[in-house]
Design a binder for this molecule. Structure first.
Ligand code: HEC
Ligand SMILES: [Cu+2]
Length: 456
């Protein structure tokens, strides 16, 4: 009986609406964008509220009118033809004018907000270059000589101006809690700025790529740490120095403009690198090894690092180690005995050993073997202060020895599409379908892990 079902409809509707309203009351939305944590999100939220209110008024008005019309003027037996309104000038002007007025009421706050948030950032803002890579984020502070990856430090209370660029395809930069999102477009710089509220120091926020960019798009996260001005200063002072234990004092990072063909520049320099390496290596190795040893042994002064204890659970990467076909097997008992000095030797001599040298793709500022390479020529994350970062691989894994060892052995199983090659001996490279004949064994990887962890 259709009538019986119809009578139940209003009750079902009430239940559905109530369920929806209740669902909105939960606070299970740690990545919500409806916050007032920055000026940008405050403005966006105010606009959203205004449009939602206007939209709701229009919706209710139109629906009520519609229902009234349907019921009141429905066809009855013997009812005469209704009065026709075709050509009724007043009516037509009215129903054109009212929507126009509503659109004006929507347009004014929208355009105002667009102009406000698209204007140039205030002079004196902190400049940060955001460079998208498949599939990780590079963050540069050109005025401060700092380059880092996947973890962004910004001082609470100061406006930060992001210059958004990409090294390859389109990406999009979004920290829902703080603001965004804006695209990173090839051969063009986009800008985005916001001011984290002064009272949100010591917090961590999730960031995401929100423009499909290839096989590991979903694995392209980052984290934002809002810190006090004082802590930010300490962090910068340390990050701009060379790696701990390195023989070279801090050298200013090349002002970070993106060269058109970074790959070509790198290749030329890499070709010249081995000769330089051998000459300088011999000269400084002893000194460096002593220094690295010292760095390993002493409680290293790594400036300010965001304290682990203050990182909320929802911002800690929880990607499990791959299992089944994608599992990377590693002898974890080797890790506690990894030798940092041997690891460093290995990294700096891999070119000579005929293996894929880490330093063709990575910068460790202050290492002698890095001479001639600039930040702009690196195609992988800057590792100078790798040990001060809490996450790796586009923020999808925690940085710990077990995970790192498997990453070095076969990153392509750990992250689909990874540009970093498979490096473990006998490992299957899922991209070429071939097993790697000459690579690193577990012992060597354990040593490299130990070295990387000293890069505080
Ligand atoms: C062909 C270039 C290339 C070579 C060679 C290479 N890497 Fe990488 N490496 C990358 C890229 C690209 C990433 C970023 C991958 C991602 O997150 O998707 C990466 C990521 C990493 C990371 C994680 C860094 C972070 O902050 O997320 C570490 C550590 C690392 N590489 C160490 C090494 C070591 C050690 C070697 C040599 C044994 C090496 N890499 C060789 C390109 C390279
Ligand atoms: Cu993406």
């Amino acid at each position: 009986m259709p009538g019986k079902h119809l009578r139940r409809l209003p009750a079902a509707l009430v239940v559905a609406v109530a369920a929806l309203a209740l669902a909105a009351c939960g606070d299970q939305y740690p990545n919500t964008t409806f916050t007032h944590l920055t000026d940008l999100n405050t403005a966006t939220d105010a606009l959203w509220n205004r449009l939602l209110l206007l939209g709701t008024i229009v919706f209710v008005f139109v629906e009520v009118l519609l229902l009234v019309t349907i019921f009141k003027f429905r066809k009855r037996p013997n009812s005469p033809a209704p009065k026709q309104v075709h050509g009724h000038a007043l009516l037509e002007i009215t129903w054109t004018a009212i929507p126009a007025l509503i659109l004006v009421m929507i347009a004014i706050p929208t355009v105002k907000t667009i102009f406000k948030t698209q204007a140039k950032a205030a002079a004196g803002s902190l400049q940060v270059e955001v460079i998208g890579h498949q599939w990780w984020w590079e963050f540069r502070y050109p005025e401060l000589g700092v380059t880092t990856a996947n973890e962004l430090y910004i001082p609470a209370g100061r406006t930060v101006n992001f210059a958004l660029k990409t090294k390859d395809v389109l990406h999009s930069f979004w920290t829902p809690n703080l603001g965004g999102k804006r695209d990173l477009i090839s051969n063009k710089t986009n800008y985005l700025w916001y001011t984290p509220n002064a009272d949100i120091a010591d917090q961590v926020f999730n960031g995401f790529c929100t423009e499909y960019c290839g096989s590991s798009h979903a694995n392209m996260h980052f984290h934002v740490y809002t810190v006090s001005e004082g802590d930010f200063g300490k962090w910068v002072d340390h990050q701009k120095t060379g790696a701990l234990g390195s023989p070279i004092a801090a050298t200013p990072v090349m002002a970070a403009s993106m060269p058109g063909m970074p790959g070509m520049k790198r290749d030329a320099k890499v070709a010249a690198a081995p000769a330089v390496n051998t000459a300088v290596n011999t000269a400084v190795n002893t000194a460096v090894n002593t220094a690295v040893n010292t760095a390993v042994n002493m409680a290293a002064d790594s400036g300010y690092v965001f304290p682990v204890g203050k990182i909320p659970a929802h911002t800690i990467p929880s990607t499990p180690l791959p299992t089944g076909e994608r599992e990377v097997k590693f002898d974890d008992t080797l890790l506690p005995n990894g030798n940092a000095v041997a690891g460093r030797e290995l990294i700096t001599s891999m070119a000579n050993l005929g293996k894929a040298p880490c330093l063709t793709c990575h910068i460790v500022k202050g290492e002698m073997t890095m001479m001639g390479l600039t930040d702009n020529s690196a195609s992988g994350p800057n590792l100078t202060h790798f040990g001060t970062r809490h996450t790796i691989a586009g923020g999808i894994y925690r940085s710990d020895a077990k995970i790192l060892a498997r990453w070095l052995k076969n990153s392509r199983l750990m992250k689909p599409g990874s540009i970093m090659p498979t490096l473990g001996t006998g490992e299957l490279d899922p991209q070429s379908g071939k097993k790697l004949a000459a690579g690193l064994d577990d012992r060597q990887i354990a040593d490299i892990v130990a070295y990387l962890m000293t890069l505080k």
